[in-house]
Ligand binder design. Structure first.
Ligand code: IVH
Length: 694
């Protein structure tokens, strides 16, 4: 455990080491520093140095240890980096069987549990400890004489597979802990390996860019990681672990049971003090079941605000003596129960597949499903991404499939259930020709998508117009997808420039277009002409040019046609523009049709020049901001634009780099995290407005 004064000392030494690496004479101190920063980052979620600074110190450690191998310790941060592959995963018996939990779904189930517990305990009231039910893969760890000696999967509950090498890659799991300070010689603990929502998104992005099949949910991603052959690959997955249970411990000779080990909440505190990420800050204590029930009901809606997935809450009787008295069945303890949130998985039938053509010509298979409700939302259509995805999951027409919707994550097909096949299911055939224009589909080498390369394909034209007017592009309000499709079908809108040449008299005759809606549309189209340059660049739909790249490019030029003058090499000099992106931009601006389109738009009055060059000298220059919770006076996008216009930057998460956290209503974990970093100024929306005025 790291207490405040130590934080200051260790941080001061960190800075000293970074400024003058030659001053590192004590390798032990360097290891202590690195362990301290691992803890700050992975357990406390309040990093004090940047990744780069950590890596710099880590490299020095590796160099020192290479020079003096006799000084390597088995809990050195360098020892996480596996140097051998896992050959087989040996099966080992757990010290204590890993039981499961009984499930509950409503207040009645919980009241039943409470009544039985009180009867068994001969008590009128019981204290409960409630904590998240982490949705990951469960593990057990054994520490002996302060060191991690083995880690196992759950297996069948009695014995699991030994995965120590892989578990050492998870930096929230310490390689050594001060057990002896508590008089403990050996300890077996249980927890859950999870992948945060953010890491899951990044991981799937990586898979996508390598043309690999993406995973359905963070739980599968975490579980699949545990048995990987190469520990280094596990390391790249950025896993986390919550430890919530001490299943067994042996005291050192003459030692007495630590005071904290009388209750579950005490055990969580002890685990936290030892350096684990236990649910110490998430847990809540209640003195009666009615309050537990209220908490469970209220918590379900907060589930999506957490940075990781949970599938419910676990309610545990807090007093260990009472736990022992109640005992367990062969399946679950009688002193704990899981309260499961509404399922986000469901089974349904894959009835049909539609092949949709996007604005770049990519053909995406979309599963049409028998409509089914998951977590309050009806799902009847799910993207199947590409041909490989269908093959790998062996999805067939008529199959029963398990689908899942994880919070704000887009619904996915988890798998088909082959055991339920009747023999009438059909293999899904990918078409050879574009389903819209019949052009022969092509697939580039090392790409997973089939593409229609017909520039006149009507599906692509419509999709390009939809993208052009969309919110992040030219942001033409009241011009939804359905209207664009309708106008296209009626011949009122055939290409992007015609957005600015609409015949409003004709539109006014259409059903649903009263004077007010026509006026709104007119005004929105007119206003879009003066959108900043980056929006236009993004709106053109150049392959690989997202909003961020569009901003980077716009900041480097005066007029959009300046891009016709830049070579691929010059384009690659821009931040975040690699070979692939540079080639795509170059090709776009060397195609006469595209240049004609741009000139046409210029003639129609659209802004083509860079107006607000980044205000490096602005009042917010060099400052980092992050917004959390709901803003009431400004839109999030407006607030972010104000920061950028003032030369400031927006960060995506809380770190020591952050200068201001602007807190709106119902702020969540970001606020808690920021409170732990003294250098961050936490301000309200009103403070922010005041700040930017000056
Ligand atoms: S307590 C005897 N606490 O949920 C102790 N389990 O569905 C039993 N789980 O097998 C476990 N979060 O893998 C406990 N806070 C938590 C948990 C938790 C997730 C998992 C655990 C268990 C499964 C039961």
């Amino acid at each position: 455990m790291y207490t405040k004064p130590q934080i200051l000392d260790l941080q001061a030494t960190t800075k000293l080491f970074l400024q003058s690496p030659q001053k590192i004479v004590a390798i032990d101190m360097l290891r202590k520093i690195l362990k301290f920063h691992e803890y700050q980052y992975y357990v406390s979620a309040s990093p004090l140095i940047s990744d780069y600074e950590y890596d710099t110190l880590f490299k020095i450690l590796i160099e020192l240890e290479a020079k003096h191998p006799n000084l390597i310790t088995k809990d050195s941060p360098s020892q996480r980096v596996g140097n051998s592959l896992n050959n087989n995963f040996e099966t080992l018996a757990h010290l204590v069987p890993m039981l499961s939990l009984e499930n509950s779904y409503n207040a009645d189930d919980l009241n039943d549990f409470d009544r039985k517990a009180r009867e068994g305990a001969l008590l009128d009231a019981i204290t409960y400890c409630v904590e998240p039910k982490f949705d990951g893969a469960s593990i057990s760890l054994v520490y002996e004489n302060d060191f991690l000696v083995r880690a196992c999967t759950r297996g069948d509950g009695v014995a699991g597979e030994e995965i120590t090498q892989n578990i050492k890659q998870i930096r929230s799991i310490p390689l050594s802990i001060p057990l002896s300070e508590y008089g403990i010689q050996q300890m077996e603990i249980r927890g859950e390996v999870i992948m945060s929502k953010k890491s899951f998104e990044n991981f799937n992005e990586k898979l996508k860019s390598k043309q690999l099949t993406i995973l359905a949910n963070p739980r599968n991603a975490a579980a699949g990681s545990l048995r990987m052959k190469d520990p280094a690959e596990v390391g790249e997955r950025n896993l986390d672990a919550f430890i919530y249970h001490i299943s067994f411990y042996n005291l050192q000779q003459g030692a007495t049971i630590p005071e904290l080990l009388k209750t579950h909440s005490g055990a969580l505190e002890l685990l936290w003090n030892l350096g684990f990420r236990s649910p110490q800050n998430e847990k809540k204590i209640f003195s009666n079941m009615q309050d537990v029930i209220k908490f469970c009901n209220d918590f379900e809606s907060k589930r999506d605000n957490l940075p990781y997935e949970i599938d419910g809450l676990v309610i545990k009787i807090n007093d260990f003596a009472l736990q022992e008295k109640l005992g367990m069945t062969s399946h679950h303890p009688r002193w704990a129960i899981a309260y499961k949130f509404k399922a986000r998985q469901a089974t349904t039938i894959l009835e049909n597949v539609e092949f949709q053509v996007g604005r770049t010509g990519a053909v995406t298979p979309v599963a049409k499903l028998q409509a089914v409700a998951i977590g309050g939302v009806t799902v009847s259509s799910i993207s199947m991404h590409n041909e490989e995805y269908i093959k790998e999951k062996d999805l067939r027409l008529g199959d029963t499939v398990i689908i899942e919707r994880a919070g704000d994550v887009i619904p996915q097909i988890v798998q088909s259930i082959p055991a339920l096949r009747k023999g009438t299911e059909k293999i899904i055939e990918f078409p050879n020709n574009c389903p819209v224009c019949d052009y022969l589909l092509e697939k580039e080498e090392a790409e997973a998508v089939w593409r229609c390369n017909n520039p006149l394909c009507t599906a692509q034209i419509v999709e390009r117009i939809i993208h052009f007017v969309s919110k992040d592009a030219m942001d033409i309000k009241s011009f939804g997808d359905a209207n664009i499709r309708k106008f296209y079908e009626l011949g009122l809108l055939k290409n992007i420039p015609e957005v600015y040449q609409l015949n409003f008299d004709q539109i006014a005759t259409l059903e649903g277009f009263g004077k007010k809606s026509v006026d709104n549309l007119k005004a929105a189209i007119e206003a879009s002409k003066s959108q900043p340059l980056y929006r236009l660049i993004y709106a053109l739909g150049i392959r690989f040019v997202g909003e961020t790249t569009a901003k980077t490019i716009a900041a480097q030029i005066n007029h959009i046609l300046d891009l016709t003058l830049l070579s691929e090499a010059e384009l690659q000099n821009f931040e975040d523009v690699g070979i692939k992106v540079a080639k795509s931009i170059y090709d776009y601006f060397h195609d006469e049709n595209n240049i004609a389109l741009i000139k046409n738009l210029e003639a129609l009055g659209l802004n083509m020049i860079q107006t607000n060059t980044t205000a490096v000298d602005g009042n917010l220059a060099g400052l980092y901001f992050l917004f959390t919770g709901t803003l009431t006076q400004l839109k999030r996008s407006e607030a972010e634009a104000i920061v950028e216009a003032g030369g400031g930057h927006i960060l995506s998460g809380v770190s020591s780099k952050l200068n201001y956290l602007v807190v709106g209503e119902d702020a969540g974990s970001k606020l808690e995290k920021a409170k732990k970093i003294a250098s961050i100024k936490i301000i309200t929306e009103a403070d922010f407005i005041e700040l930017v005025k000056n």
